[in-house]
Design a protein around this ligand. Structure first.
Ligand code: MG
Ligand code: ZN
Length: 328
């Protein structure tokens, strides 16, 4: 699970101070990852997500390509090949850098319509996120990728015609739900699907394959709140993400065989906690509108969690997950 742009060190403090659920205290293992990309001390989400998805450091803006432009096989692609079910749930558009790095390959993260073309032919079984317009109201061509998704075995729904809470997806088909035409609303404006969608995903993916599953969940707008230095927006995004983590953690506790990893692709905003007390009042302050090179905590729970202890490069997360799956 990726809290995009989360200064998790600080955020976990916020959790500890402010959260009633104190979800992050239930993770027995904490590590730290270094996030610099192939060409910059400060990574962007494309290179950060590519490192986690493929185990290779690449240049900023690259989506699952190495620094020379060679295609890299992603964890999600490999998991599918090995018979596992795979899914993604995000609060950005589904073609945004983080989810894109698990299913698409592009020299630039901003070619959203080109990234969308990967979804019908990808092996992903389940996805929920925004960005419908990149599939069916395209500027670059007249392709209808919604139709192509359906032709490739997807049941496709969207926020405009259906209520996610009323759909009971059959694991016999692949499943796609669009939560917005472009970017979903911020949590401050009543967006609230991430926890429910994450549970729905786990339930679906378990039924879809008996061999196991790989699911990437992203609290995408934590990063955006930090870019705009909006502490109040950040609080809503973090609480939303925390609920999703709590939901998945509960399912993992029940089945005893699911590894849950919570981390970020980088930090954003250089959040510091100034003043305040140990009870409820903390005063956050930002040092930048951009990303930072600070190390990012990795929280792990479940079988194999102990592998995530220590200090390592972001690319190691890929190798550790493959080890846990028995891929290497
Ligand atoms: Mg992201
Ligand atoms: Zn960012």
């Amino acid at each position: 699970m990726i809290g995009d742009g989360m200064g998790l060190a600080q955020v976990s403090l916020l959790f500890t101070y402010r959260s009633k659920e104190q979800v992050f205290r239930s993770f027995p293992v904490v590590g730290f990852q270094k996030t610099q990309s192939a060409d910059n001390l400060v990574t962007d989400s494309a290179a950060g997500a590519t490192a986690i998805a493929t185990g290779v450091k690449t240049t900023n803006h690259s989506i699952a390509l190495d620094a020379r432009g060679q295609v890299l096989k992603t964890l999600l692609e490999e998991a599918s090949e090995k018979g596992l079910s795979t899914g993604m749930v995000v609060t950005s558009s589904i073609v945004h850098a983080t989810p894109a790095a698990f299913v698409a390959h592009s020299t630039t993260r901003y070619h959203y319509e080109q990234i969308a073309e990967y979804f019908p032919k990808s092996s992903v079984d389940f996805f929920i996120g925004g960005g419908k317009k990149y599939f069916n109201r395209r500027e670059k061509d007249d392709r209808n990728l919604i139709y192509e998704l359906k032709k490739n075995g997807f049941a496709v729904y969207d926020y405009f015609h259906s209520n996610l809470y009323n759909i009971h997806p059959s694991a016999a088909k692949r499943f796609a739900f669009f939560t917005a035409d472009n970017q979903p609303l911020p949590a401050m404006q009543q967006r609230e699907y991430l926890p429910y969608a994450s549970e729905l995903a786990v339930d679906f993916l378990k039924k879809r394959s008996g061999k196991g599953f790989f699911l990437m969940v992203e609290g995408s707008q934590i990063d955006w709140a930090c870019h705009s230095n909006q502490a109040e927006m950040l609080k809503y995004e973090i609480l939303d993400f925390e609920k999703a983590v709590a939901a998945v953690l509960r399912l993992a506790t029940e089945d005893g065989e699911t590894l849950v990893i919570v981390t970020a692709d980088h930090t954003t905003g250089g959040l510091g906690l100034n003043q305040g007390d140990a009870g409820d009042k903390v005063k956050p302050a930002f040092t930048t509108n951009g990303h930072t090179a600070s190390m990012v905590p990795v929280f792990a729970y479940g079988p194999g969690a102990e592998l995530f202890r220590g200090v390592y490069e972001n690319t190691e997360i890929y190798h550790k997950i493959r080890q846990c799956f028995g891929f290497e």
